[in-house]
Design a protein around this ligand. Structure first.
Ligand code: GDP
Length: 420
């Protein structure tokens, strides 16, 4: 672990534009290649009498793991710059990339948008930028990748830069908050070291730019919110719910309430990385034991909070959504599944309240009859089973969600207000 300030970083962009290659390059250049890959390499290198460590090897192995469908533990994708300690919040190429981006995006304040110089803005470039903006990504570093493929041409770079600028303006991402860097993730140009191939470029490298990001937002004074991932029974201890602290502190002796299950009790022990601790804070994965609570009293999808300020169970809630894909149109009565924190609950579109202009965010139509792919809207949703959600303005971590249907993410949203 590092004592530098921690930053969560999302790597976004169209398929094949070079996200994984950039991640591999960043891990390689910062000496942070996952341990198991190094070990595997050492074994193979020994048998073949090779020395040194090869970038190609890292890439092959990351690619192989992806093909095998192995969910690379995102926590393993870490690297340091001089000032910060970075965790990549999602693995590019992951099947649930978009969904994870939505449910996990509240954790990322910054993103690197990868756009291939030989392809320019493509459908997922738009989709990801749209999501990033909806979900509150603050800073965007635009990596114009595969510069080697376009012979490091300044014109090609400027052309793609202009396309991306137009896109950012369309979704009202302040272009002042974005920086542009011509790179080759594959060859290493302008990732860790300034490239002589782009002598016309006088800006920073990717690593310099990451190092220059604003400090992470200070922890809020939001109350404890701990979505439950699993509930175990451990002999000698009892019922142990596990999950990640999103906001606030969990301390032994505190009285916590689980919602929507509506049970509460006193925290006896808190465990982190197999060690007992007195308290845990935002980002900590914990298991804890609560006096008098049985395995069947609580479940995945519950959220733990202070007994005096329990998580809010929504009767209905109003949300702003962006429809990414839907084969037909969404009308009132439609009931897809909402994925919010660790919960998955069917929710009915009770009313379509407003259609928004996706460019300006202004109201384009009151009470529209339907919304379709590409639309932004304000809607009222009614969970079919009790669900904890909270306005994203109050507790961002409990205010963003994905709407899934037919095995696809059809929309992303954030909670505006909750009717208890
Ligand atoms: P992802 O789908 O966005 O993660 O893209 P990948 O990282 O898997 O890259 C897609 C393909 O483009 C792979 O064959 C890479 O080797 C190649 N690629 C990625 N970056 C570069 C680059 O900077 N230059 C060249 N020539 N190829 C690249």
């Amino acid at each position: 672990m590092s004592d530098k300030p921690h930053q969560n970083l999302a790597i976004i962009g169209h398929v094949d534009h070079g996200k994984s290659t950039l991640v591999g390059r960043l891990l390689f250049e910062t000496g942070s290649v996952p341990e198991h890959i190094i070990e595997q390499y050492r074994d193979e290198a020994e048998s073949k009498g090779k020395s040194g460590f090869e970038f190609a090897y890292v890439m092959d192995n990351l690619a192989e793991e992806r093909e095998r469908g192995v969910t690379i533990d995102i926590a393993h994708q870490r690297f340091d710059t001089e000032k910060y300690y970075f965790t990549i919040v999602d693995t590019p190429g992951h099947r649930d990339f978009v969904k994870n981006m939505i449910t996990g995006a509240s954790q990322a304040d910054h993103a690197v948008l990868v756009v291939a110089a030989d392809d320019g803005v493509a459908p997922q470039t738009r989709e990801h930028v749209f999501l990033a903006r909806t979900l509150g990504i603050e800073t965007l570093i635009v990596a114009v990748n595969k510069m080697d493929v376009v012979d490091y041409s300044e014109d090609a770079y400027e052309e793609v830069k202009e396309e991306v600028r137009t896109l950012l303006e369309q979704v009202r991402f302040g272009t002042d908050d974005a920086s542009f860097i011509p790179i080759s993730a594959f060859e290493g140009d302008n990732v860790a070291e300034k490239s002589e191939n782009t002598s016309w470029f006088d800006g920073p490298t990717i690593l310099e730019s990451l190092n220059g990001l604003p400090e992470p937002s200070p922890p809020t004074d939001a109350p404890l919110r701990l979505p439950i991932q699993d509930v175990y029974t451990i002999s000698g201890i009892g019922t142990v719910p596990v999950g990640r602290v999103e906001t606030g502190m969990l301390r032994t002796g505190d009285s916590v309430s689980f919602q929507p299950s509506d049970v509460s009790g006193e925290v006896k022990t808190v465990e982190m990385h197999h060690e007992e601790v007195e308290e845990a804070g935002p980002g900590d994965n914990v298991g804890f034991n609560v006096r008098g609570i049985g395995k069947n009293d609580i479940r995945r999808g519950d959220v733990a909070g202070p007994a005096e300020e329990p998580p809010t169970v929504a009767e209905t809630f109003q949300a702003q959504i962006v429809v990414m894909q839907h084969p037909s149109v969404i009308t009132a009565g439609y009931t897809p599944v909402i994925h919010a924190h660790t919960a998955q609950v069917a929710c009915t579109f009770e009313s379509l309240d407003k259609k928004l202009d996706p460019k300006s965010g202004e109201v384009a139509e009151e009470n529209p009859d339907f919304v379709k792919a590409g639309d932004a809207a304000v809607v009222t949703l009614r969970p079919q089973k009790p669900l904890v959600v909270e306005p994203s303005s109050e507790i961002a971590e409990l205010g963003s969600f994905a709407i899934r249907d037919m095995g696809q993410t059809i929309a992303a949203g954030k909670v505006l207000s909750v009717n208890e």
